[in-house]
Design a protein around this ligand. Sequence first.
Ligand code: ADP
Ligand code: MG
Length: 767
Amino acid sequence: MNVLDTPLNLRLPAAVAKKCRAAGLRTVGDLLHHAPRRYYHWGTLTAMRSLHPGEDVSILARVVSSTLIANRNRAGVRLEVTLTDGFDQMTATFFGANQYKLIPHQRLLTPGSTHLFAGKIGAYRGRLQLTHPQFEEAIDGDEEAARARQERPIPIYPLGKGLTPWVLSRAVGMILDELDDEQIPDLVPEEIRSEHDLLSRAQALRQLHQPARDEDYQAAKRTLAWQEAFVLQAALAYRRRTQEGDEAPACPAEGEGSRELLAQLRAHLPFALTPSQEDAWEQIRADLGKRAPMMRLLQGDVGSGKTVIALLALAQVVGAGHQGALMVPTEVLAEQHAVSLRALLPPECDLTIEVLTGATAPRERARIQQAMSEGVPMIVVGTHALIQDSVDFADLALVIVDEQHRFGVAQRDRLRERSRQRVGGDAATAGPLTPHQCVMTATPIPRTIAMTVFGDLEETRMMGLPPGRTPVATHLVSAENTPWLERLWARAREEIDAGGRVYVVCPRIDADAPGTACADGDIGGSGDEFVSNVDAEDALFDSDALEEGAGVADARAPQPPLAAVMEMAPMLGAHPALTGVPLGTLTSRTPSEEKVATLEAFACGTVPLLVATTVIEVGVNVPEATMMIILDAQQFGLSQLHQLRGRVGRSHTPSICVAVHRAGLSPQSMARLEAFAQTTDGFELARADLKLRREGDVLGAGQSGRASGLRFLSVLRDEEIISQARAAALACLSGSSSATESLKRYPALHREVTVMLSDEAAWMERV
Ligand code: ADP
Ligand code: MG
């Protein structure tokens, strides 16, 4: 057995192992990869000014004085110890039943001595205080030892239940003392390590926990980050290589059926494609003509015109006699897409476009499924219902996934697997066929993340928007600003009177339900937008995060409930400014037929005011909509806000977006809203977003910190490491006859990659 898999109770005293277990550390590997949060030097005391009440801290401080005091109103005594960092002071207080109980403390905490204290910071009479902190003295020794100690960084571990930094240090020390470096298998092959100046894995773990100087742990962290990137990239490369032999139905654009159909469609388009649409189409058209399955990520800002590209691509495969699927995240969007795709068809064109969602009536469903399983050439637009077990495509040649941030790799794989069993049904032919794939997203993804999370896809970017759009004017309004809010509803009325449509978006459905913006989505919400969900322990991870922690505290203060659709709708119905304006509601709870009817009524103007949740977030296209009002806008992430704003500004008429937010937001939340108001360029917003968000938020819940297995690698910061590791991983996995053969040359890596890929690709999952 790999020594890293050894349970801690075989290596540590039972009590210590139990404490570790309570903190989630079960194996030697868990413990050794539990990285110190920061490092101290004995010479440098912790700046007290940086501490906040409520924080769990470990600090290095010098004792100024200690005084034994009898309690005034109750029995017992207390020891008050004044601590300093050289500038500021704070108190550590210990209580005891009598003075004898506190003798050990008093004896150790002598004026002038330096200790490491751990505990929760409180405030008492305006002064910071630690109550009953655990503490550990800086061990005295001869002068030489003292000097060595000055240079040696002290690792400070994140505090866990009952696990003080020094308990952890000692546990790690015990493990490291007994550890045979030979037993720690290296994941990065030797020649690559020397080429990139990396430590061995064993050495890196030693230096991480027991550095002699700062450079030691820095090198250790770099090695461990590199190793993570390498394993990740090896897994992606392996996955790609095992798919290399896959074949897709080749559908050349010049092929008989396709050529004619495409010419018809293009001639009938109500607009000319923009140059970047032409480029994207060029690439996809060429890919579809090949036998190698296309794997493409098509990025284009909200409103950049991805749908028409999807239509052309789907038409190309249907023209060639195959089937095509367009997978979207919500039922509303499936209906919408079908409508907008059909609207682009010339009258003489007999391209079949069907919609299949969870809401499709049984008879209709049976009819569509029959046609699908008979291999009738057609386009099917659907939700995740398309990957359900009862659904079979006989001849699927292309899958387009719209708004990828809602779908995971695993779901895409599943669709491919499912269709693979069916496609090319003739058992005599070489093997099953794999459909081409295209993932369309309006949420721009930084290159490093694209490489990591979508490492299996090639990338196409569409820049800019079709001509004739007017940028949406965006305003922020504080909910406290009542005159402004009144003016807002009057303005909505003006838009409607002028023939426009107005959206009002709320984060919740019901006033009393604890639902959130993300809880409302046909496939269970994406959660990746929630900046306020900072995990308390993670928030302590570094000082930047502490700033965010402050924002979280705000959010917990008593606040009026969040705006809810079922509350806003009657309120607006009764609002004097909106008298006589027909109003509709739309949430994930609205029955499907009603959803369609409501959106139709909104689109044609009979119901020009729509109060909704984020179900309208993606893709809904009503060009007449000119005003977007977002209530409790602080609840939404930047890309979600951008998506919402993208619902207006879809015609030549100037549009307006108003984000109403609470007063007293954290600087972080305010910065996010200001960034939103400042630009309408999605790529620029994505950059701003990255600066404001933390890693885990960017990757989505399933990928943050520990859950992703990425402890040392930052996909935002470590671009260089990722690309180096990617090249190295590719080199390792090429060469030999098969990917598996290549991988087997590196047993430890092989094992890690297998585990990672079998893990339902949790770390690759875009929630
Ligand atoms: P998204 O990329 O957000 O999915 P859509 O495909 O919904 O964008 O396109 C937004 C709007 O722009 C649609 O009404 C579409 O008909 C229109 N559109 C697309 N391409 C062009 C173009 N080249 N010129 C003018 N309008 C276009
Ligand atoms: Mg779209």
